[in-house]
Design a protein around this ligand. Sequence first.
Ligand code: COA
Length: 325
Amino acid sequence: MPRVYARIAGTGSYLPANAVSNDELAKRVDTSDEWIASRTGIRNRHVAAEGETTCDLAYHASVRALEAAGVDASELDLIVLGTTTPDIIFPSTACLLQHRLGVAGCGAFDVNAACSGFIYALSIAEKFIRAGSARTVLVVGAETLTRMIDWNDRATCVLFGDGAGAVVLKADTETGILSTHLHADGGKKELLWNPVGVSVGFDENAPNAGVRINMTGNEVFKHAVRALDSVVEETLAANGLDRHDIDWLIPHQANLRIIEATAKRLDMPMERVVVTVDQHGNTSSGSVPLALDVAVRSGRVQRGQLLLLEAFGGGFTWGSALLRY
Ligand code: COA
């Protein structure tokens, strides 16, 4: 049996209208454009309007991806959505999105792998297509992370933003996703987490109580660089490729310095690395498909090129996908 690949047929993305600059944040907390830009590369982030939800962002990104792919929502066999900020606990945001797209019947579920959510979702979707269980799949990464930011904590509030990206995968006999690699280490959970619970209950007197991201930034930084180095090596080795074979690195957009470290490891000039973090900060699951869509629509990423996607996030979770676009 010839191998069936999952090929990206179309991409889409969406950022909420409200952009907040570093200077605007500096009016709220003791920070500066210079500090934020030099440590993170971030200059802007987008904040969802009141009432605008993760599903809304996912919907706009998905409609654009479906249009780009020339696929009608009724043709979808499956929807997989990476998010750590679902609209509600259940039903899943994927189910809400399916209804919003005006279709019913196909499978739909969320994946929570924090900032690696899109890579995890993409990996799962690819397996469905490769196994012959689905032919057309919508994969989304969508977040409203600003809903769980402490706007008085300068160490975290400057980093995150809201946004969504989506791809439509189609079964293809020639090429597409070549391999995906997923990892996690639950032992480091307290370095980057939101400890608000359902099953563990909710202690209102706990430090940092409330729906808040807690992070030890410098530790996260070191772990991210190390994990991404290792998954990039693993991906190249699994495909018998040299680092110079990659046409584009499309990394998780958390921090420009982390991105530069991975590019250096790949001996890749920054001209071949897609960077959008300056425009929207860390949009968690949204970031990789957002960057991919920007690169595709600007004409930088061309059909036939080899793309390396990677991400790292709370959990810790990390992963990669190598694909022929
Ligand atoms: N503006 C000004 N100063 C700030 C600040 C801000 N927004 N945030 C923190 N600081 C201060 C700290 O209070 C500290 O001050 P002190 O020395 O007086 O105590 C100082 O800057 C250094 O803090 P530190 O946390 O060591 O800075 P850093 O160089 O590690 O940069 C991050 C902080 C968050 C930018 C960096 O650690 C980082 O990017 N980590 C990865 C985060 C990430 O990407 N997480 C998501 C992964 S998916």
